[in-house]
Design a protein around this ligand. Structure first.
Ligand code: ADP
Ligand code: MG
Length: 237
């Protein structure tokens, strides 16, 4: 199992008057090498849920197990740095994660940061470009001079360069045109099929990935899973 949540709740500002329960009693199993999409209204807890997957957020209640790491509410968590490399998180507008003057430097940043040699980091950068269907000549470009679709793919490549087992994307196709959107989804499917990576993303508007979660009264900031959120409710693309 790549990701398992048992009776997980998450409350923002737990000890204040403004406390807000974003996730309520979630049970979820995601198999290794599967591609899972999630759907739900704004505020239903999608972004909160995926930040639990690499320990950015810790559960207020319940247990989160990701690969071989278990994080239990109220207990001191284990070392999370190795998990951060193995679970790549791509935020909603990933181009905001780019900051270097060339695409290559941006792609090498993560691998270097996790202790790889410059030669290895360079190789990883090239592999990630190829995985995202980007021409290697773009490595020398300033990331901000790429087209919107290319920049989005380069930003995802900067996460892939760390060779993560699990790739978690928060609405990766937002604001892309329909052609770039379809292309990106099929690239992600290939990463899952050919490289056995587990892919978790906000599901595309064409609904090919199953709706996993729904909002149960967004007014209270609650989200819950259909059918108890078991793998059966997820879809393997
Ligand atoms: P989604 O990604 O599905 O739109 P979020 O996970 O961002 O939903 O938000 C779920 C709920 O948690 C919302 O009610 C939101 O207002 C609340 N929330 C999100 N982030 C914070 C935060 N940093 N502090 C307090 N409440 C938050
Ligand atoms: Mg969100």
């Amino acid at each position: 199992m790549a990701i398992q949540l048992q009776q997980v709740s998450y409350t923002y500002a737990d000890r204040s008057l403004w406390k807000q329960t974003a996730l309520h009693d979630i049970n979820l199993n995601i198999l290794k090498g599967s591609m899972v999409g999630i759907a739900g209204a704004t505020g239903s807890g999608k972004s909160t849920l995926l930040q639990l997957f690499n320990g950015i957020l810790k559960p207020s209640e319940g247990t989160v197990s990701v690969l071989d790491v278990t994080i239990r509410a109220g207990e001191k968590s284990p070392k999370l740095l190795p998990l951060r490399r193995r679970v790549g998180l791509v935020f909603q507008f990933p181009e905001q994660q780019m900051f270097e003057e060339t695409v290559e430097k941006d792609l090498m940043f993560g691998p270097l940061n996790f202790g790889m040699s410059p030669e290895e980091a360079k190789l990883r950068a090239r592999q990630a470009m190829t995985d995202m269907g980007l021409d290697l000549s773009l490595l020398e470009r300033n990331p901000f001079r790429l087209s919107g679709g290319q920049m989005r793919k380069a930003a995802i490549a900067s996460v892939l360069a760390m060779d993560p087992d699990i790739v978690v994307l928060d609405e990766p196709t937002a604001t892309l045109d329909p052609v770039s959107r379809a292309e990106l989804i099929s690239l992600l499917e290939r990463l899952c099929r050919e490289q056995g990576r587990t892919i978790y993303h906000r599901n595309p508007p064409d609904g090919r990935a199953a709706a996993l979660c729904r909002s149960l009264g967004a007014a209270e900031g609650r989200a819950d899973c259909l059918s108890g959120g078991r793998a059966g409710a997820c879809c393997r693309s």
